[in-house]
Design a protein around this ligand. Structure first.
Ligand code: DON
Length: 560
């Protein structure tokens, strides 16, 4: 098994402490880390062994992922970290999402006829938002860490200098993005030497990225957002047809937010607030489902109701949600149990509701993905769920020369025109239209589940499907599933439009398929697998910690 095909997870047997917010019983007997790459997990372990807490480990893991999984997340992208401090039980959400550059305009990706310019939000420097992750790393280390940033970034710097093996996943991603990468000489020099894409087993060294990381280690956020790195970024972006300015970088701000909380049958769900749609959509689905005795229903009916709840939650995502600094959202209404009561009235037990019959917006006809998630629990009971992204494989496939930084193509997460689907077929309205300094709506949903059973820390990549994957895993945990069962669960998904239920082989039995089709659902088998879920759980009765990595990612577990 090659390196990046292996997902890694480590349970570190350590000390005794109780996650705050949990009822006293057996304390945390172990600490756990689950990430999408063995070297990222090792980075977290190294930093904890050096006296760091879960938040230092999160910095080390996030930076390491930028080096070992550079096609999925990195310094050129954004991140959400959901935190739980054991002491006092405070929970907070650190938002280091990208923002639109100051010169961005609402219609910047449309031609004179108002039609979307193909590929404009996905390929090249114009597709990139102002990155948030470097500022987020400095923020996390300063506010929550015990160790200096320099220490927590050391493993990532070492990996970048020593070189990292190309994995099968990266090879596939490269094949997919080689066309766009050819337009970025700095990126092509790294991954397409002599015009030929690297293959699994090749080793890539990242001297420029190491230098950029060293600047951040020495100067904190200013090492990226001001001075020579900022100049290289802006020069490179502008030469590549982008619109960034030094001022855009200097003004970037990390924002701390209150997580969204919801409950379902004794389980509390703590998840991402806007500018992520995750927490609101999860809360809405759970409010709707709370009105049914799912356990008493036939499996096909249970799945029908879950699909109908997804349809309605994704509809509200499309219509109402965006950056809270720019749009006023009816969150009180969306989170109200009365609203869910109303939504249940429109759900029929024997028939799917065609999305077109729900008031809302209609998609215009149109047309890969990557991101990463990790979960950490330390020996004191501190927790981090982190989801990090540059959006699709290799982001915009653009690297400003000299920086080693692959820029995101997160501008595609805006709604460039009402009803025009993005790369994940998501549609939106003005609530998520482009404006200077605005954060684009996300589906990334780092989440905690808490109940009498204990705690689960989870999340996954997967674009629009992130929310439904977290939802299904949370429902399974509420029904007693363990970490391994949560990541292995066969998944299904409905996102309002397209009005189909995408499903993995095994998600429905033949009888369930027949029953759902009889109700009018259009079932569509997924062509490829989605998701790379990472889960860490703590069991209240035994004090034991378990962790699991999604088998779709290749899975590798280490316990000690
Ligand atoms: O923020 C979002 O919702 C997307 N940019 C996430 C992209 C993603 O998960 C791609 N993964 N497969």
């Amino acid at each position: 098994m090659t390196l990046t095909r292996r997902l890694c997870l480590i349970i570190v047997a350590l000390a005794w402490a109780l996650p705050a917010g949990a009822k006293p019983s057996r304390p945390v007997a172990e600490a756990g880390i689950a990430t999408a790459h063995p070297l990222a997990t090792q980075a977290g372990e190294e930093i904890m062994a050096a006296g760091g807490n879960a938040f230092d480990a999160a910095v080390a893991i996030s930076a390491a992922l930028a080096v070992v999984e550079p096609f999925a997340s990195g310094l050129g992208g954004g991140a959400f970290w959901l935190l739980h401090e054991a002491k006092g039980g405070r929970q907070t959400f650190v938002d280091a999402r990208e923002v639109a550059p100051g010169a961005a305009t609402r219609d910047m990706y449309l031609d004179e006829l108002g039609k979307p310019r193909p590929g404009a939000t996905l390929d090249g420097a114009l597709a990139a938002g102002i990155p948030g992750q470097p500022a987020g790393l400095a923020y996390l280390a300063k506010r929550y860490g015990r160790l200096p940033l320099k220490k927590s970034l050391a493993p990532a710097i070492r990996y970048a200098e020593d070189g990292v093996e190309v994995t099968r996943g990266m090879e596939l991603g490269l094949r997919f993005r080689a066309g766009a990468a050819r337009n970025s000489p700095a990126l092509a020099a790294l991954y397409l030497p002599g015009g030929k894409a690297l293959v699994a087993g090749d080793v890539v060294r990242y001297p420029d990225l190491a230098r950029t990381l060293r600047r951040i280690a020495a100067d904190g956020r200013d090492g990226f957002y001001r001075g020579p790195v900022a100049e290289q970024l802006v020069d490179g972006v502008r030469a590549g047809g982008g619109i960034w300015t030094l001022d855009d970088l200097a003004r970037y701000e990390v924002i701390e937010r209150q997580p969204i909380r919801a409950s379902y049958r004794g389980m509390t769900i703590v998840s991402a607030p806007p500018p992520s749609a995750g927490g609101i959509a999860l809360a809405n689905v759970f409010q709707i489902l709370s009105g049914y005795e799912l356990g008493r229903l036939a499996p096909a009916d249970r799945k029908h109701l879950t699909i109908e709840a997804m349809r309605r939650a994704y509809r509200d995502r499309a219509i109402y949600l965006g950056d809270p600094a720019f749009v006023s959202m009816p969150l009180d209404r969306l989170l109200s149990p009365y609203y869910a009561d109303g939504q249940r009235i429109s759900i029929l037990m024997d028939r799917a509701t065609p999305s077109i019959q729900l008031s809302g917006i209609l998609p215009e006809p149109v047309a890969g993905t990557n991101t990463t998630h990790f979960s950490v629990l330390d020996r004191a009971g501190n927790r981090v769920a982190g989801t990090l992204s540059i959006n699709t494989w290799f982001g915009s496939a653009f690297m400003p020369p000299g920086t080693g930084v692959i820029l995101n193509n997160e501008m595609d997460d805006f709604s460039i025109k009402t009803g025009v689907p993005n790369g994940f077929d998501l549609i939106g309205t003005d609530a998520n239209s482009i404006a200077p300094g605005k954060r684009m709506l996300s589906s990334m949903s780092p989440t905690f589940l808490e109940s009498d059973r204990g705690v689960a820390i989870l999340g996954t990549p997967g674009g629009s499907r992130i929310i439904s994957m977290v939802l299904l895993a949370a429902l399974a945990w509420s029904d007693g599933a363990d970490a391994a069962a949560m990541v292995a669960l066969k998944r299904y998904h409905h996102q309002y439009f397209p009005d189909v239920v995408a499903y993995e082989d095994g998600a429905f039995t033949p009888d369930e398929k027949a029953a759902l089709e009889a109700k009018g659902h259009k079932l569509e088998p997924s062509e490829r697998s989605y998701g790379n879920m990472q889960v860490v759980t703590w069991d209240r009765a035994t004090g034991r910690v378990a962790a699991a990595s999604d088998p779709r990612g290749g899975g590798d577990v280490t316990i000690y």
